[in-house]
Design a protein around this ligand. Structure first.
Ligand code: FBP
Length: 262
């Protein structure tokens, strides 16, 4: 493992990744409610908020937009990803090498693993190559650890999320991005299973400010290290407002009420 607390991915040991790979993963449907969110510049601007430790994008957005933000934003290059047009068993093509991510200015890399998919073996082998190359470049590795596939009926049940967190530790990720398993104790168990790997909660679809912040607070209270979030930030009319609240909850130990009142 590398000491990731000293890298731009972390601030005071905590992580807040602003994810914006949805144009690939979900398609333009995610931009419908707030049409200006289709413009990557809006998200890179939001990522200049001091709460955001890195912005996660695919290679194309990094090439086209990151040069204008490299002074003010830290880049997490997502190495694999699939479109929602793919109808097969969960899988993800490797779209960017670690070497090219480093050339683009990335200070960390991200990789999805669908544990339990019929494609798990190939994905794990691709992850091995990426993880070992990332070590050569001293780049922290964030695993989008998302068990899913035909054998998995419920991808957020506590035992599945704990397994997802453990899988990240076993395969050498520095950070495990997992879905919220639904309770404080289940998140605590996932954090325990992740050992020295940091655990961040995946934001999920847009919810009320209070419901969203509560799950973030629960993650932090359970020993988690933060959040990787997309829609709950940039599908809001005012991303800055929710980022202020997230900064309070993640970095300043504020309660949800305090964060909302600020
Ligand atoms: P959200 O917070 O909007 O869910 O974004 C996090 C993320 O992991 C993105 O990086 C990715 O595009 C999306 O969620 C994938 O979500 P899912 O696989 O659940 O559709």
């Amino acid at each position: 493992m590398i000491p990731i607390d000293d890298t731009p991915l972390c601030r005071d040991g905590k992580v807040l990744i602003l994810a914006y790979d949805h144009g690939l993963e979900h398609g333009p449907v995610d931009f419908e409610g707030v049409p200006e969110s289709a413009d990557p510049r809006r998200i890179f601007e939001a990522a200049t908020h001091p709460a955001v430790t890195s912005v996660a994008v695919q290679k194309g957005l990094a090439e086209a937009y990151y040069p204008s933000y490299e002074e003010s934003v830290s880049l997490l290059a997502k190495l694999n990803g699939t479109s929602n047009l793919w109808m097969g068993e969960p899988d993800s093509s490797v779209n960017c090498s670690v070497e090219y991510a480093a050339e683009l200015g990335a200070s960390s890399v991200g990789f999805t693993i669908y544990g339990g998919s019929n494609n798990e073996i190939e994905m794990a082998e691709e992850f091995r190559d990426a993880q070992e190359a990332a070590r050569e470049h001293d780049l922290p590795v964030v695993m989008w650890s998302y068990p899913r596939g035909q054998g998995l009926k419920n991808d957020t049940k506590p035992s599945t999320i704990s397994y997802a967190a453990r899988l990240a530790l076993e395969l050498g990720a520095d950070v495990a991005k997992v879905k919220h398993p639904g309770s404080h104790s289940a998140m605590e168990d996932a954090v325990r299973m992740a050992g020295k790997t940091k655990v961040v909660m995946s934001g999920g679809s847009k919810r009320s400010d209070r419901a969203f912040l509560r799950s973030v607070k629960e993650t932090i209270d359970a020993g988690g290290n933060g959040l990787a979030v997309g829609r709950n930030v940039w599908q809001r009319e005012n991303p800055e407002r929710i980022l202020d609240a997230l900064e309070a909850v993640i970095f300043e130990e504020a309660t949800v009420d305090e964060a909302l009142a600020a």
